[in-house]
Design a protein around this ligand. Sequence first.
Ligand code: ZN
Length: 746
Amino acid sequence: MIRTITLAALLSSTALAAAPADPAAREKAFDASISAADQQAWLKAMASAPNHVGSPHNKANAEFILSQFKAWGWQAKIETFDVLYPTPLETRVELVAPEKISLGGQEPTLPEDATSANLAGALPPYVAFQGDGDVTADVVYVNYGLPDDYKALAARGISVKGKIAIARYGRGWRGLKPKLAQEAGAVGCIIYSDPAQDGYGDNDVYPKGGARPDFSVQRGSVADMITYPGDPTTPGYGSVPGAKHLSRAEAATILKIPTLPMSYGDASKILARLGGPLAPPSFRGGLPLAYHTGGDGKVQVHLLVKSDWSLKTLYNVIATMPGKDRPDEWVIRGNHHDGWVFGAADPLSGNVAMLSEAKALGALAKTGWRPSRTIVYASWDGEEPMLLGSTEWAETHADELQKKAVLYINTDSNSRGFLGAEGSQQWQHLVNQVAKDVVDPQTRASVDARLRAKLRADDFAGGGGGGGDGLGARAVSAAEKGDDLPIGPLGSGSDYSALLQHLGVPALNLGYGGEGQSFGNYHSIYDSYDHYIRFDDPGLAYGAVLSKTVGRLVLRVADAPTPPARYGDFAATVRAYLTEVKALAEARRKGDEKREALRAGNAFALAGDPLDPVAAPPAEVATPVVELAALENAVARLEGSARAFDKALAAKDATLAPAARAQLNALLRDIEQTLLIPEGLPFRPWYRHAITAPGRFTGYGAKTLPGVREAIEERRFADANRYAGLTAAALDRYSARLEAATAVVK
Ligand SMILES: [Zn+2]
C-alpha cells in the first residue's frame, strides 16, 4: 500500500515549470500542489495498523515519511532516541464486592469500523507512566479529581486515603487526576469517560454518530507533564546513546500508584453500587444513576497493572530545505506521527496535511525557487506518551536551536470547522492575514470571515454579552470591530512545549475544528480511518485547507527580508494579561473578606441542610496587596518600545540596507529568549517562559504570567511578589532588544 503511493507521488511531481517570481504567484503554485486525495490515501495507509511507539507500523510510517521527503527533494533523515516507554504486560480491573464482575480489557471490533478488526499488536487501554501495582480497596468518586473536588469531599468528611479514587475525564488534564489522588493518599486510580462529556451527552454514539460509545476507552499519558515533559529519566537533556538515565524511582514525573482508564459502560457498574452520601451537584455526570461519593466500604475493586519498563526507540523524521540567503535562520514546522492505536485523527490528520505542504514546497523547489531562510520539517515520534520525540530533540539540539530557530509551527489533530490558532502573539497579525487569504471549503468565504461570523453569531445567541472575560471577550470585540482576531496563549499538550517554554523559540499551534466529532473517539481504537472519513473531515477538505494555511505561514516567514512579526500585538496581549492578574488579585481580596464575614456570622451552617451537613470553607490567609508596580512599568515600557519599533520598521522595511538588515534580523531572531526566567518557574525549573506555561492545576490549559498568577491563586504571596519582579525584568530585556532594533532601523 505504502509503496504504491510512493511511486504515484514520484510520477506526479516530476513536471517542471518556471519559478513563480512574486509571493502571491508562489502561493498559488503552492496551492496547486495540495491534494486532498493525496492526504486521504496517506491517511488510509498510515492508519491501517497500530502505530504506538515501538510498534512495527509506527517505524514503517517513519520510513515512509522519510522516503516521501527524499522523493520531493528534501534533505531528510531519521533521528533516533532511546527513551523509557512503559507498555502494559498485564492489566486487570474487577469489582470484587458486593459482587464479582470483571471489567476492562480491549475495546470490541465493530463491523462498521474496518481497522477495529486489526488489533494484532495493539495495546489494551492503559495510561502511560502510572505506577505499577496490585491493589484491592474501597472506591471514592472524586468527580474531575481536581483540587476543588477534594475540598468538596473534605467538607463532607470523605477521604480517599487507602482507597481507589475514580475520577471522570474532563476539566483538568488527565495526569493531574492520579497525581492528586496519590497526594491525597489513594492507593489506586481509575479515570473514566463520562457520557456527559464526549458520549451521548454530546452526540449519537459510534458507529451511528461520532461520539464515544459505552465500551470505548480514552488512553493517554499520566506522566507529570507539569514538572517537565520528555523522557522522565533524562530531565533537561537528550536521550541520546550513552546518556545517563535516572532510575524509575528517581524520575519525578512517573506516578507511584496503579491507574487505568475505563469506559462509561464499566464505570457505571462501579458507580451504581457506591454508597455514602449523594455526591454534590457539580459531581453529577450523564449516567442514568444518582451519583454517590462512596467510601463507606460497600464496594471493593481490584486493580492491577504490570508493565514492561524497557527503553524503546523513537524515530523522528527531520527534513531540511536549506535557505539560499539566510541558511542559519530556521523556520521549523512539525506534527507527530505516533498514535495510541490507529491514530487517524490524532495525529495522522495533521501529519498528512504537513506531508502535502512538504510535497508542495518540493514542487516549488523543482521550479528553481529556494527559500530565503532554511525550512525544517519534523515528523515527531513519541508525542503521545509525553512529547518524547520533540522534547528529546529540542534538548539535544538546544544550543543550535537557540541560535537559529526563528519560529516553530505545530499542528496535531485536524477536523472540519473553524480555524483555531494559538501562540506567540507577535505573529498574530500574520495569522490574521493568512486567514483572509484561505478559502473555507464548505462556504467559499475566507476562513477569517467564517470565524468572525461564528464569534458574532454565538455571542448573539448567548445574549450578546461580549464573550465574558479574557480571550473570549477580546475575540468578540475584535470580530465586531474588524480588528485582528486575538490568538490565545499556548499551555501544553503538543510538541511546541520544549521549543517555546524551555528554549524560548516562538511558536504557533494551528488546526481546524468545531464541526467534526473527533473528540468522541479520542485515544480509542475507533480513532480510525472509517471514523475520520464519516464524522471528522470527509474527503479531507480541511486537511487541504490546513496545508494551505500553514504553507502560507511557512512561506511568508521563510521568504520575508525580515520576518513579519508585529510586536505591538504582543505588548497589547501582555497588557491584557496584566489587567486579568490585577482583577484576579482584587477578586481574591474581596472573596477572602466575604468568606471570613460568612464564617464569622455562621452563615455556612445556617445555609446548609442539617441532614446533609457540609463543613464551612476553612479559614485562609487573606490575599495581601501584591506588588505589581514593577510589572506595570515594564508593560508600559514594552508598549512604547513595541509601538516605536513597528512604526519604524513599517516606514523603512522596503529600503533597509543589507548590513542594517542583517543586524536587525540578528536582534530579532532570538528576542523571545529574553522572556526566559533563568531559574524557571516555582516547582518546575524546566519551564522558563515568563509569559506562558501549562497550568499546574489545569495541565493543557495555559496560565499567562504564570509566576505571578499561579502564586496568587495558590496563596504563595512571597512568590507572587518575587515573580512580578522576575517577569518585569524579562519584559525589560525584551523592550531593550526592541529599542536596539529600532535604533538600527532608524
Ligand atoms: Zn496528538
